[in-house]
Design a protein around this ligand. Sequence first.
Ligand code: HEM
Length: 404
Amino acid sequence: MAVVATEMDLPEVDVFGLDRQAMVAAFAEAAERHWLVRTPLGYAVTRYQDVNAVLRDRRFHSAISLIPEMAGVQRPIGGRRQASILAMEGEEHSRLRRLASPAFTPRATEKLRPFMRQVIGDLVDGVAASGSCELVADVCEPYPIPVICELLGAPKSDWKLFSAWAVDIFRIFNNDVANDLPAIEAAMADLDTYVEAMIEDRRQSPADDLLSRLIAVEEEGDRMSTSELVMMTEAVLMAGTDTTRNQLACSVALLAGAPRQWEALADDPALAAPAVEECLRHLGAVRATARFASVDVEYRDVVFPQGSLVMVSLAAANHDPDVWDDPGRFDITRSPEGQPQMTFGSGIHFCLGASLARAELQEALPILARRMRGLRVDGEIEWKPPTVGIWGPSRLPLTFEPAE
Ligand code: HEM
């Protein structure tokens, strides 16, 4: 007999104010009592199996579309514009995903690897001789924008512009949309104008870049409209910069506390891929996403009334003891145990840039390990507040052996 979620006696976790580690611990404790958790915003699923199932259940829709309303903004952010792929559902989403996916080719990712090595190498050049740096500002923040610009086909002279737009548009995820709205909308308008001009240019003279590929994709006579192309470009900028920079900082923070693994990574390039997976699993920069029930949803004998909000804890799923042996142990030689880590999500919204993000991290970490031998945290790591959507260190002061 199915029971309505609102009437159930469920473990409660006050997700606000808990840092990542405390939240994973609170969810693990709650999971011993029930697979479903009540939170001040709705419910939460925390076990791998349920996280995967909810993300794959098409009756649960992405809660991204609810952000403006939850922030008290009674109109679409940025005016009447094309909805983001992250907020789309159903046939509308499938169509766009079908049209966009072929443009994210493995060849395009592979082609960017030498460029990634060059960008990270240049950034390390700036600090190597001194034997110390603040990794977030010196390396992590500047790293992804050139890569995304190179992917899209935007010139080096415009990296700074893209960086500033990304910072402002990202304020959407910082739980203060009402105050940040003018900055967010100004950045969106400038980016729209820039990308529209770029699309016009690529239509006339296609190049070997993502935008030209997105323009060229055609399926049974169907193509992306200009506003859809603008939206996809913005989605890539939004989804592909803060995520990668925070994930890089999270990964180095972890490895700085595991000197033998840092050394092993420096000496054995084959460890790069498993190290990246273990960093994503152990300390993912995207800790959670959210869904809402688009209709009354019955799942595992529980009815979620239409509109119920469900937090999907990727961090807790990544520490599910039913899936990983001793999940609290950080071990870059851990062989994949059947199930992939969850930090890129699952189901129809699974990260479209996962292979690019993996390549960025796989290229950056071994270079940092080789050129920052004897790595130590210099004082304390400062972490972003737990309320921040895409999370990681805000300051990561490091010392290492200076280059000769
Ligand atoms: C370590 C870095 C990254 C992490 C942890 C990450 C994580 C995620 C997650 C969890 C989702 C799904 C969200 C949900 O289901 O609600 C997602 C979606 C997405 N990501 Fe990433 N991402 C990363 C890097 C990138 C990069 C580099 C790009 C672009 C080149 C990108 C593009 C996208 C896009 C376009 C979507 C939306 C897909 C859809 O809705 O169909 N991401 N990402």
